[in-house]
Design a protein around this ligand. Sequence first.
Ligand code: PGA
Length: 265
Amino acid sequence: MRISLTTSKNNTMRKQIAAANWKMNLTYQQAEKLLDEMIATPHELKDGQLAIFAVPFPYLQLANEKLGGKKNVFVAAQNCYNKKSGAYTGEVSVEMLTSMNIEYVVLGHSERREYFNESNQLLAEKINICLDNNINPIFCCGESLSIREANTQNDFVGKQLEESLYHLSAEQIQKIVIAYEPIWAIGTGKTASSEQAQEMHAFIRSQLAKKYGNDIAENITILYGGSVKGNNAAELFSQKDVDGGLVGGASLNATEFVAIINALK
Ligand code: PGA
């Protein structure tokens, strides 16, 4: 299933996305129950709006079976390896993912950067292998609390974009979804204010415009992540440059996640 880009309300080609990041949560049985609840809870995805479920590797097939064929709904992986195939015990290749019709992969989540030492350079390699295999990366970036307190978040995020993405062609960059996730807001219940989110999203878009031109920058989807909930999503998503959310905790509850889907603009 290929996505067709649809012009949305704000007159750009960019998509509005609610992406669930289950992280390392749920047993198989709990995952099955949550997917069933999701399907049973009424929600509407308009043209140009997508719901993406980044589930643990062992549940990809289950999610495919439950969600496959649903309009504007995609299953994603939470990571992949930067090598094609071979003796890399425990790793998962993009070829394995494409052979299961997976079209999105979350890359560079701050938890992977922190606990698995993923560098901007390694992520550039992962981005390349995904694009070579028709997988769309959801590229995460974002600063820690100490960087925010030192007010150097723009330099920090700018460097993450530059070192992992700016080798891409104009055509390739449009296949990337960017997720801005301030680390101090992840799993803490402390959401960035909608002004803080908008400010950083506008900065990211301005950097993309400098490198690739305005038209291309306007077409790139930029998600906000960090304690997005059913009751704050609409306010965050109403910001001009916030095109949806990457959602951890609240994506583990069908009612909450559906409220987030329904808050897409
Ligand atoms: P959270 O996680 O919604 O639980 O803060 C977001 C994320 O890490 O993607």
